[in-house]
Design a protein around this ligand. Structure first.
Ligand SMILES: [Zn+2]
Ligand SMILES: [Zn+2]
Length: 641
């Protein structure tokens, strides 16, 4: 006679044990339709599981993240079912969920290519449309072994061997096909309607390259066809915008094996970098920062004092040097962060409360070891340059400094073409340094600063760093993808560790608060984001080449050079293309290079002392004088977007 408590605290009593599915139907037919699984006393279960005792029950529907996970996992089983029907000799390994989808690993002599995916997907659809029941059966280890021995599934047998005695083993019956799994899974394939197989690849059994290579099929699954279509569209678009591809096409940068995760910037890419750096520098000067530069290679003693040697060493590049005559061995590390060095600059000379706040900024080159598998173009590198800054201030100044920082940040993002960003405030975690009253005051200061600006924000309870509360700033790009870029973190720890002081109004030494802050995060990653956001067509002010002058024939090359030189003299980035190629070819070539303005020069232009202007996207602005064009260019750059 179970008495069931639902998440809204309402209670329902039943005479007999009932399943999650029956409970959902008892609440309402709409709910029953979208029920894919449930939770009994917090434990995830199948919708066919019986509720026998008094407990708390939650129903998982397909429109939640958890429900979608169940759908995706069940699609992996459906894929295996289809594979077994089409290729009965398939030996199944594992089929977990991943972000946005699922995969299944299997052994099969025949190589599955993209061509076969269509056929396999069709079979999955056919099976799903049968709306068959998926039946869960709890079995003994002996029975599980027998089941898979009879079916020649040796990977399943290997998995069973690793299951500790006494652990529940569940089989999932999909008509004639049987899988083994913790679940939960949907109880009927009618929930599996919006999926697509996306690609094939190889994968080692257990991810170990000493083991045999299996085949892997990836798929994506969603609640509705509409969600699926939108995802696929974004996928195609994201692939087109991949900054690594665009970086190659536009000749911006490259990577090579001799320096993994470190960028070789080509001239055009480095131009974007420098323009961005100048822009940030101007913002910082306006906001009252002093720019500094500190060493990249620093003795381990400083890292020991700062605590990095203890906590962060596995990510640090360590170098040793034998000082030839001194007979002294020094161990240095490439700095993974700039903070301890900034404290050293602050500590030169006694500081008084009148000096605060002190804002130090550095385009700081940092190196961090990241596993090679996690490196991803500009988005995840080992050598990065942060737009780093540290504000040394009193507790009372935290709020106004935070407010100023957010103002600069939101202006910067807007100028770079990102209208929308979200703020997340992370508060005190369980393990932390500093007194509760200091934490309380700084959390309130950060929150008040955001409130004062009238900006929306979210609170992540307990997600702060051990040394202080922090704000994270998350951008949304043109594909609605989110990127955490900016950050502001209050720190009560480092000033203490590195014995940092100021003399207060009372004549006594106090510890300053240190605010770590960055707007872009790193130049490398941010340029990667910019390239994808703009699909390579950067706004004119950021474009490495802003104008190209094209001559129609050799007769016009002198005039073309003249035009180019005057534009250059006016401070714009301009090139000319005087190759003996058809003008249509040259126009196409530079359009592909996403150059914002193409100037065409022929007989007519030479005669009228004018130029013909084509803006990006094939927009014909007609013929005009050079001074008129320079005006357009100037305006374009001023308004930034
Ligand atoms: Zn499963
Ligand atoms: Zn810092």
């Amino acid at each position: 006679m179970p008495k069931i408590t639902l998440p809204d605290k309402s209670k329902r009593s039943f005479k007999e044990p009932i399943t999650i599915n029956q409970l959902a139907a008892d609440i309402g037919p709409g709910l029953a339709k979208s029920t894919v699984a449930g939770k009994i006393s917090g434990k995830r279960v199948d919708a066919s599981d019986l509720i026998a005792e008094d407990c708390e029950v939650e129903i998982i529907t397909s429109d939640t993240e958890e429900g979608l996970e169940v759908v995706r996992h069940s699609c992996a089983h459906l894929l295996a079912h289809a594979l077994k029907q089409l290729y009965p000799e398939t030996k199944l390994a594992i089929g977990p969920t991943i972000e946005n989808g699922f995969y299944y690993d299997f052994l099969l002599e025949q190589k599955i290519t993209e061509k076969e995916l269509d056929k396999i997907e069709k079979r999955m659809k056919k099976l799903a449309s049968e709306n068959y029941e998926v039946v869960r059966e709890v079995v003994s280890k002996t029975k599980a072994k027998k089941t898979f021995k009879d079916r020649n599934e040796n990977y399943k047998l290997k998995i069973i061997k690793d299951i500790p005695d006494g652990e529940t083993i569940a089989l999932y019956h999909h008509n004639e096909y049987i899988d083994m799994c913790r679940g939960p899974h949907v109880t009927n394939t009618r929930h599996l309607k919006a999926f697509k197989l996306t690609k094939v690849s190889g994968a080692y059994w257990k991810g170990d390259s000493k083991n045999e290579m299996l085949q892997r099929i990836y798929g994506t699954a969603w609640k509705t066809k509409k969600d699926l279509d939108k995802y696929l569209e974004n996928l195609v678009e994201a692939e087109k915008r991949d900054h690594r591809k665009i970086g190659r096409q536009l000749d911006l940068f490259h990577f090579q094996e001799e320096a993994p995760g470190m960028v070789f910037w080509h001239s055009k890419g480095w131009t974007i970098y420098r323009v961005l750096e100048d822009f940030i520098r101007r913002q910082q000067i306006e906001a009252g920062y002093e720019e500094i530069k500190t060493p990249q290679l620093v003795d381990r003693r400083l890292w020991e004092q700062s605590g990095h040697w203890d906590k962060y060493r596995e990510n640090m590049f360590i170098t040793e040097i034998d000082e030839e005559h001194a007979n002294e061995k020094r161990v240095n590390a490439l700095k993974p962060m700039n903070c301890p060095c900034h404290v050293q600059v602050y500590k030169q000379g006694l500081k008084s409360y009148r000096d605060l706040p002190i804002r130090l900024a550095e385009f700081g080159s940092c190196h961090r070891y990241e596993a090679s598998g996690t490196l991803h173009g500009l988005l995840r590198v080992r050598a990065m340059t942060q737009d780093d800054g540290h504000i040394f201030c009193t507790e009372e100044q935290i709020e106004s400094e935070t407010k100023n920082f957010i103002e600069v940040l939101s202006h910067t993002y807007k100028e770079l073409g990102f209208e929308k960003f979200d703020i997340k405030l992370s508060t005190r975690p369980e393990v932390r340094v500093g007194s509760d009253s200091v934490w309380e005051r700084s959390e309130v200061a950060l929150e008040d600063a955001i409130k004062n600006l009238g900006l929306p924000y979210e609170i992540s309870e307990g997600e702060g760093a051990f040394y202080g509360p922090k704000l994270d700033f998350v951008l949304t790009d043109a594909l609605q993808r989110e990127w955490q870029c900016g950050t502001l973190q209050a720190d009560f720890n480092l000033p203490e560790r590195l014995d940092t002081n100021f003399v207060g109004e009372d004549g006594v030494k106090h510890r300053p608060v240190m605010l770590h802050r960055a707007i872009l995060g790193s130049f490398e990653r941010f340029i990667g984001i910019l390239i994808e956001h703009y699909a390579g067509s950067l706004p004119v002010w950021l474009s490495p080449v802003q104008v190209i002058v094209l001559n129609i024939t050799d007769k016009h090359s002198e005039y073309s050079k003249e035009i180019r030189n005057s534009i250059k003299k006016n401070g714009f980035r301009v090139k000319s293309d005087l190759r003996k190629e058809k003008i249509t070819y040259k126009i196409r070539d530079h359009s592909m290079q996403k150059v914002p303005y193409l100037l065409v020069v022929g007989d007519k232009e030479l005669k009228n002392n004018s130029i013909s202007v084509r803006a990006r996207g094939g927009v014909d602005l007609g013929s005009m004088s050079l001074s008129k064009f320079l005006e357009i260019l100037k305006k374009d750059i001023e308004k930034k977007n």
